[in-house]
Design a protein around this ligand. Structure first.
Ligand SMILES: [Zn+2]
Ligand SMILES: [Zn+2]
Length: 376
């Protein structure tokens, strides 16, 4: 069991302020930059650990009740606590680890790019080849990525003397601490371009519009992303290009509503055809199909065209086309038509309809719709 109070040299009823002061006092003596050597480092870890527990009200309370967050862990840095965290907290990011990194390369990998591609439903059904115009950075052909005017070169940065970074000694309560910051004069590369390339201003790359042909696989839907490796932005100094992501957006279709890989359509049928039955030509993406409408079809009944929907993006096969019948009641009747319908109503004894309320449990229209929803 650790005794953090002893490690920090404070009383058990020490205030938060006492604890902070005690830690500063200890850290000033033990910090590795001030006091190199494994023993001091071990001590520093120990007091840092003690400080981590005692400076956190909840951890301290738990410790007082006998729970040690670092119990079992080797002396040093346990859960969620590290040496660099402490250093970052006191000196800002990068402190205590900045030395010896050396100058940075002028070259870097380019960023990924994202473009949107609008497609018609038919392209999603079968896949397509599309021309895409993209605006990305490409390598500069004048300087081939060097960033220097042809015939000129670079010289060593005199601000950082070619190191790419500037070491600073900070005076703090821990004593003197070395920190290092990237050199602004040379963008941390250690080298300064004498005469920047007139084409790319020294960046080694230029923006350009280019068109590329992309193969869209069958089955894509709005939101599908197609990755084109190495077609993104070229990096600074003509560094390796990032990837290009093409995000698909499928336009709304006038006739079909897509649900997964199935396509739903509504077929308007004249009342007479619904009653008598008919063969109706129906255009699909594969050509015209003859729909057999059986006599007595009701609004909401479905006709299935199997395998004429969208191709599955993964695996094989295609979805279906599901056609929903919608019986149309005539709204304008000529004198003669009205007479015929009245005759029909008399023959069917429907002159005084009762307007029966449909029982959902029977196979009525409402029941069929409900069953259709259940099946989904
Ligand atoms: Zn250039
Ligand atoms: Zn520099």
């Amino acid at each position: 069991m650790n005794d953090y109070y002893a490690d920090l040299g404070v009383a058990r009823d020490a205030t938060a302020d006492d604890i902070k002061k005690a830690y500063r006092r200890a850290a000033r003596k033990l910090h590795p930059d001030v006091n190199p050597g494994p023993e001091a480092e071990e001590q520093f870890k120990k007091v840092s650990q003690a400080y981590d527990v005692l400076s956190d009200a909840e951890k301290r309370r738990n410790f007082d009740m006998g729970a040690d967050p670092y119990a079992g862990a080797a002396a040093g840095f346990g859960q969620g606590f590290s040496f660099s965290d402490v250093m970052d907290a006191f000196f800002g990011q990068g402190a205590g680890q900045g030395q010896g990194q050396g100058p940075r390369s002028r070259q870097a990998r380019g960023q990924d790019a994202l473009v949107r591609l609008d497609l018609d439903l038919v392209d999603a059904v079968f896949g397509a080849e599309k021309e895409l115009v993209v605006d990305t950075a490409v390598g500069c052909s004048t300087c081939h990525g060097a960033g220097t005017q042809p015939g000129t070169g670079t010289r060593t940065c005199d601000v950082c003397r070619g190191q790419g970074s500037i070491q600073q000694v900070q005076r703090s309560f821990l004593g003197q601490v070395m920190t290092s910051r990237p050199c602004v004069n040379c963008s941390a590369t250690g080298q300064v371009i004498e005469a920047p390339c007139y084409e790319c201003s020294g960046d080694g790359r230029v923006r350009t519009r280019r068109s590329l042909t992309i193969r869209v696989p069958a089955g894509v839907d709005t939101g599908t992303r197609i990755q084109l490796a190495g077609e993104g932005e070229v990096g600074p100094g003509a560094g390796p290009a990032g990837d290009l992501y093409v995000e698909v957006a499928v336009r709304r279709d006038k006739r079909f509503q897509r649900q997964g890989d199935d396509l739903h359509a509504t077929l308007e049928l004249p009342m007479t055809a619904a009653a008598l039955g008919a063969t109706v030509p129906f255009e699909t993406f594969d050509g015209v199909s003859d729909l057999e409408v059986h006599p007595g079809i009701q609004s909401g009944e479905q006709i299935l065209l199997r395998g004429l929907g969208v191709t599955h993006l993964r695996g094989s096969g295609r979805g279906d086309i599901i056609i929903h019948a919608m019986v149309q009641t005539p709204t304008r009747l000529s004198h003669e038509q009205e007479g015929l319908l009245r005759d029909l109503a008399r023959l069917r004894d429907e002159e005084k309809p009762t307007g029966r309320i449909a029982n959902p449990a029977e196979g009525s229209l409402f029941g069929k719709l409900r069953d259709a929803f259940k099946a989904r």
